[in-house]
Ligand binder design. Structure first.
Ligand code: PLP
Length: 450
C-alpha cells in the first residue's frame, strides 16, 4: 500500500466522498481503513479499532466470515455474471429467492425482486407500489407518505420521501405528491410530550387528517423504517407501526417497510416489522443481506401485491424496471451464505442481549455526562444525542462531537457521528467485553469533550 501522505493528498485531489463536502478533505481528512478481521478494523497507521459502526450498519457478522468469502470466490469461478432480465436466470438467484421466501414467510412476503443496494430497493418498492394501484384499477393513487427524519437512500424517489432536508435541498425539485408526518420521537416532537404512546396517537390522527384532506384514492403508499436509523436511531412506541398498518388497511394504502438496516436481526428480531408485529406489503432490504461483502439488495413482496401483478396479463403488468445487477449471481451466492451464517449464529438473539447491555451503559453515560441529552436504541442500533444545554436541548457543537469521536478513536473504538448524534451499530456478533470497550471509549470521549 502507498504511504498515508500520498493517499491523503490524492484522496483530496481526486476523490469525492458520499455525504461529505469535497472542499473539506484537506482540513478534515478521512481515516484510511487498511484491513479488518473479527469485529475490528485496522487503519493505515496500524491502529486497531473495534468497529462500533459495523461498516455502515451492514457488516453484521464481522469481517472474518469465511463461508461468505468462500461463496463469493466459488461463484466468481463458476459464473461471475449473468443477467436476470427476461429470458435468463441463474441458479444462485433461484435458490436465494427460495430461501428468502422461507425467511420472510412469517412476514407474509412471498416474492423477491433483486437490486444492488438500499437506494435501489427503495426505488423499486416505490415504483411497484404505483404500478400495483394502476393494475388494481386505481391509477390516481400516486402520492407517497413518509416520516420526517426518515432516510430512504439517495435516488430521486428515495430523496423525495427522505425526511431530512440535508438530503433534499440541493436536489429539489423532487417528486411532487410526497407528504411527511412527524417522526415518532420522544426526545423532540411537536406534541409537547415525551410519552411514546401519546405521540403515536397524535401522528396517527395527523395521518388520518392528511388522508381525508388529500383523498385516500390519491395515496399509493406509506414508507417507513420500523426503527429510524440514519435520522438518529428513533425507536417508536410499540403501538406506532401497528397503528400505521391499520390506517393503511382502512384506506387501501400500501405499507412499505424500509428495512435496509433492520432486516436480518439488527433490532433483536429478524425483521423490524416482526418486532412490532406488523406485516408490510413490501419490505426493502440490502446491507446485511450479504454482510456488506457485495453490493446487493432485495425487495420482498406480499401475496396481495403478487396476486395483482400475476393476475394481470396486460402489458402494464410487465415490470419495466430493473438493474443490470438485479440479481448478480455473485451477490446472490454471498447472500445465500450470509443468510445461512446469520441463522446458524442466531445473531438476532445476541443483538437483543448485547443491545440491552449497550443501552443500559449508554443510559449510565447520560446520567454521568451533562453533554448527553438522550440515550436510545433497540437491539444493536443505538445513539447518544449530545447537547450543550439539557434544558433547551441545544445541540452540541461540531467541535464537541468531533472531540468525542477523536477520543473514542484514540481509545480504539470507531463510532459514527451524524449531526449531534453518536451512532452505534456494531456487528451483531460482538461480546459483552466488546460492549464494555465501546462504553469506556465513549466515557473517555465525553470526559474529554466536556
Ligand atoms: N434505506 C435505509 C433505511 C437506509 O438506512 C439506507 C442506507 O443507509 C438506504 C435506504 C440506502 O441504502 P444504500 O446506501 O445501500 O443505497
Amino acid at each position: 500500500m502507498r504511504d498515508s501522505n500520498f493517499l491523503l493528498e490524492n484522496n483530496a485531489r481526486h476523490l469525492w466522498h458520499p455525504m461529505a463536502h469535497p472542499a473539506e478533505m484537506r482540513k478534515n481528512p478521512p481515516r484510511i481503513v487498511a484491513a479488518a478481521d473479527g469485529v475490528e478494523i485496522v487503519d493505515v497507521h496500524g491502529q486497531r479499532l473495534l468497529d462500533g459502526v459495523g461498516g455502515l450498519w451492514n457488516v453484521n457478522l464481522g469481517y472474518s466470515c469465511d463461508p461468505v468469502k468462500q461463496a463469493i470466490r466459488d461463484q466468481l469461478e463458476d459464473l461471475p455474471y449473468y443477467s436476470a432480465f427476461r429470458g435468463t436466470t441463474t441458479s444462485p438467484l433461484i435458490e436465494l429467492s427460495y430461501e428468502l421466501a422461507e425467511w420472510f414467510r412469517e412476514d407474509g412476503l412471498v416474492r423477491s425482486f433483486f437490486t444492488s443496494g438500499g437506494s435501489d430497493s427503495v426505488e423499486t418498492a416505490l415504483r411497484l407500489a404505483r404500478q400495483y394501484h394502476k393494475l388494481n384499477g386505481q391509477p390516481e393513487r400516486t402520492k407517497f407518505i413518509a416520516l420526517k427524519k426518515g432516510y430512504h437512500g439517495t435516488h430521486f424517489g428515495g430523496a423525495s420521501v427522505n425526511g431530512n432536508s440535508n438530503f433534499r435541498r440541493a436536489y429539489e425539485p423532487l417528486l411532487p405528491g410526497v407528504l411527511h408526518l412527524p417522526a415518532p420521537f420522544t426526545y423532540r416532537n411537536p406534541f409537547n410530550t415525551a410519552d411514546g404512546a401519546e405521540i403515536a396517537q397524535a401522528i396517527a390522527r395527523q395521518f388520518e387528517e392528511e388522508i381525508a384532506f388529500q383523498g385516500a384514492d390519491t395515496i399509493a403508499a406509506l414508507i417507513m423504517e420500523p426503527v429510524l436509523g440514519a435520522g438518529g436511531v428513533i425507536v417508536p412506541h410499540e403501538t406506532f407501526m401497528p397503528l400505521m398498518r391499520a390506517i393503511c388497511d382502512r384506506h387501501g394504502i400500501l405499507l412499505i417497510a424500509d428495512e435496509v438496516i433492520t432486516a436480518f436481526g439488527r433490532t433483536g428480531a429478524w425483521t423490524g416489522s416482526r418486532l412490532w408485529g406488523v406485516k408490510p406489503d413490501l419490505i426493502c432490504t440490502a446491507k446485511a443481506i450479504t454482510n456488506g461483502y457485495f453490493p446487493f439488495g432485495a425487495v420482498m413482496i406480499a401475496q396481495k401485491v403478487a396476486d395483482v401483478f400475476e393476475g394481470n396479463d396486460s402489458s402494464l403488468g410487465s415490470i419495466g424496471h430493473g438493474y443490470t445487477y438485479s440479481g448478480h449471481p455473485v451477490g446472490a451466492a454471498a447472500a445465500l451464505a450470509t443468510l445461512k451464517e446469520t441463522k446458524r449464529l442466531n445473531v438476532a438473539a445476541n443483538a437483543a442481549e448485547r443491545g440491552e447491555e449497550l443501552l443500559a451503559g449508554l443510559v449510565r453515560l447520560q446520567e454521568k455526562h451533562a453533554l448527553v441529552g438522550d440515550a436510545r436504541g433497540k437491539g444493536l442500533m443505538c445513539a447518544l444525542e449530545l447537547v450543550s444545554d439539557r434544558s433547551s436541548k441545544t445541540s452540541a457543537s461540531k467541535q464537541v462531537v468531533q472531540k468525542v469521536y477523536d477520543t473514542a478513536y484514540e481509545a480504539g473504538v470507531m463510532v459514527r457521528t451524524s449531526g449531534a448524534n453518536i451512532i452505534l451499530s456494531p456487528p451483531l456478533v460482538i461480546t459483552a467485553e466488546h460492549v464494555n470497550r465501546i462504553l469506556s471509549a465513549l466515557d473517555a470521549g465525553l470526559s474529554a469533550a466536556a
